[in-house]
Design a protein around this ligand. Structure first.
Ligand code: SF4
Length: 438
């Protein structure tokens, strides 16, 4: 008699690190012989990889747990991620939940799921102080060309608005030799670009003697065959001279720097406990542009932090215009229970947050178009990632998304293209010559 393949479905909310972890969880189930099915389908196991960065993350996480229970009342439901770590008692009250896994033990998820007997809800959530080791989940890929390599977990900066240090625990870093060997394996599997991810990458190695991000990058750029290394995000105060030199001088490292700003008002930055001011940030942006004039500097900005007046908001808009970011991710402040800012006076009303958010999004789009326009008619190298209808799509080293028509066999190759026209969120281009490199 043939054994029926078990089906697992994974739903993920939240940031890029969560997306990466959800892919890694899928891989663990696939390796154990499960078929991965869409979340709306019938499955034996549902995993909800939750987010708690805003109250909307919490709410959506609860909705998806309920939806899983409706999809199959007998299914095993496992809840992982940041909301699971910070509010296990809330989650255990939701009908159908069998297993709650915090920021540890995710590697054992298949084994834990298979032990569930459905008589009680099992909660495996370690207190923050016990989150000490870097958890090595499998590496994942964005396409056949780009892979994500998580090098770091946790944060202990405790910005006053942020729940992450409570949800993810303190900084734990992947050992240098493990990171280098994982990168070598990814290149061996054919990946051309590696994107380094983590919760607070600039803090990489701070708990290990003589280790930091600069040391790691110096080793990673030597991995034979690695064509591109992209650092997903580093805080401005963490880019010292040594790191700046590596980031801007090593040809393998992409000229794309995502440096969270959060606010362009020094008063607000101070209240957020962000350890830099706009002068430091501006100086850093200028230094990057001296060394790599066409680099993309992108950022995260938060609107509506408590006490953000019209005047402070204007300072942010002005600063963003001055720096001329290539792209922005905009977030509305959301009070999180247990963080200091949730109790600050002068909370900003929701309609004002909405207005400010729209204004900054519009400014970000204008700046993106301006940044992208300077590359029109200038040949650029693209790493081809996927087909979108009739077109190929890929990114340049400075993270411009380009689409162009071309022959069938371009996936995973570097080609030279001519950008022709800036569209809403990509650039239409045409293939110039053939393949530049395999
Ligand atoms: S650095 Fe600040 S914003 Fe970033 S994860 Fe840590 S506490 Fe949150």
């Amino acid at each position: 008699m043939t054994k029926l393949t078990k089906r697992a479905a994974v739903y993920v909310l939240g940031c890029k690190v969560n997306q990466h972890e959800a892919e890694a969880i899928k891989q663990l189930f696939k390796d154990a012989g499960y078929e991965i099915v869409p979340f709306k389908d019938w499955a034996d196991v549902y995993i909800i990889h939750t987010c708690t960065v805003t109250h909307l993350g919490d709410r959506k996480s609860r909705q998806m747990i309920r939806r899983a229970h409706r999809n199959n009342i007998d299914a095993i439901i496992a809840v992982t991620g940041c909301y699971a770590q910070t509010a296990p008692e809330e989650i255990s009250g939701i009908e159908g939940v069998d297993l709650i896994i915090g920021s540890k033990e995710r590697r054992r998820i298949v084994e834990l799921v298979e032990k569930i007997d459905k008589t009680t809800t099992v909660s495996l959530v370690s207190p923050r102080k016990e989150l000490r080791e870097f958890e090595d989940l499998p590496a994942t890929s964005a396409s056949t060309a780009r892979a994500f390599l998580k090098i770091q977990e946790g944060c202990q900066q405790f910005c006053t608005y942020c729940i992450i240090p409570y949800a993810r625990g303190p900084v734990r870093s992947r050992l240098l030799k493990d990171a280098v060997s994982a990168a070598g394996q990814l290149v061996g599997q054919g990946f051309k670009e590696i994107v380094l991810t983590g919760i607070h990458i600039g803090a990489y190695g701070q708990e290990i003697d003589k280790l930091n991000l600069a040391v790691l990058l110096k080793e990673l750029v030597k991995v034979p065959g690695l064509k591109r290394l992209r650092v997903s995000s580093v805080d401005p105060n963490e880019i010292n001279e040594e790191l700046l030199d590596i980031l801007t001088e090593e040809p393998v490292i992409c000229p794309h720097y995502h440096i969270p700003l959060q606010s362009g008002s020094d008063t607000i930055l101070n209240k957020m406990h962000r350890p830099y001011d706009t002068e430091t940030y501006g100086r850093l942006a200028r230094s990057i542009r001296i060394k790599r004039p066409n680099a993309a500097i992108t950022s995260d900005v938060m609107v509506g932090f408590p006490g953000e007046t019209d005047e402070y908001f204007k300072e942010t808009m002005d600063f963003i215009r001055d720096v001329k970011f290539a792209d922005l991710h905009v977030f509305k402040y959301s009070p999180r229970k247990g963080t200091p800012a949730a109790n600050y006076p002068n909370q900003v009303a929701a309609p004002i947050k909405d207005l400010r958010s729209k204004e900054i999004i519009n400014l970000g789009q204008e700046l993106w178009r301006r940044y992208a326009s300077q590359f029109i008619n200038r040949p650029k190298e693209v790493l081809v990632e996927q087909k979108m209808g009739n077109c190929w799509e890929g990114h340049t080293d400075n993270y411009l998304k380009l689409r162009f028509e071309g022959p069938e066999d371009l996936r995973g190759k570097f080609v030279e293209v001519i950008p022709i026209e800036v569209k809403k969120d990509y650039i239409a281009a045409r293939l110039k010559g053939g393949v530049v490199s395999e």
